[in-house]
Design a protein around this ligand. Sequence first.
Ligand code: C5P
Length: 306
Amino acid sequence: MTSVTVRVPAKVNLQLSVGPPRDDGYHDLVNVFHAVSLFDEVTASGGPGGASTVAVEGESAGAVPLDGENLAVKAAHALAARAGRPLGARLLIRKAIPVAGGMAGGSADAAAALVACNELWGLGLSTRELMEIGADLGSDVPFALLGGTAVGTGRGEKLAPVAAAGRFHWVFALAEGGLSTAKVYAECDRLREAIGEQAGWPQPAELLMGALAAGDAQTLGKALVNDLQPAALMLCRPLARTLAAGRERGALGALVSGSGPTCAFLVESEAQASDLSIALDLSGVCRSLVTAYGPVPGATIVPAQR
Ligand code: C5P
């Protein structure tokens, strides 16, 4: 096999409940992940032998590191280390997921690189084994391998799939620039301390779980919650206007996606997603817009063209 291409989805968090900071610098979470139809593609080719390299094309490609800091390169190195062989690959990432946008684009690319290199190198590791390697690379990597809808606990890496009925439709408003996940968590802690709020132990929200099981978008829209949102709004003030614009134009629910700055709007149908996307574009409250639906599967090999 000379090359393998893997398609991997972005995520939005339907519930992101953040507990108190842990001794290791992370936070315990209840993180209801939902994979949506906005995909990066990673192609692995070449090898065996040598260090892995990466090139990036597409959405904000210039903002992606090309050195050993690249999460897809780290993934290839981690997989070669696990195999105990000097394996290398050339990675090409085609980005559609916003960079540092709160949609786990970097984690998605790491997950795709794990699946692509596992296949290219003929290692035969299971998804569960790739998820274990992925958890050391980033808290969101295991979910990018799993896809669908799932509750993440621990720092988000311990996953339990959730059966969601039907399909949910989304509009995503992409912002100028990105936000550092670590800075948004730190700002969340700072804000809580400033107002004397004690973070409780996070629990899955019953209303949200019921809405997912029933495929009830109206109720899901009311139940969406993100504890990182006040921090993201503090670090990126214009997002408040973006969220308000989506609510005023009929979104069932509006929230910052993960650590932001992408804003997510839940709507009733594909047609409404298209209408809201056009209306928000005209209102000029964000850099660009994409529509998507969820849930979709996690990182998947694209069959080779004949
Ligand atoms: O795991 P990942 O590398 O994606 O996390 C990036 C940063 O986000 C961490 O270094 C930490 O500051 C913050 N984080 C956290 N609690 C989590 C996940 C991430 O504080 N559960």
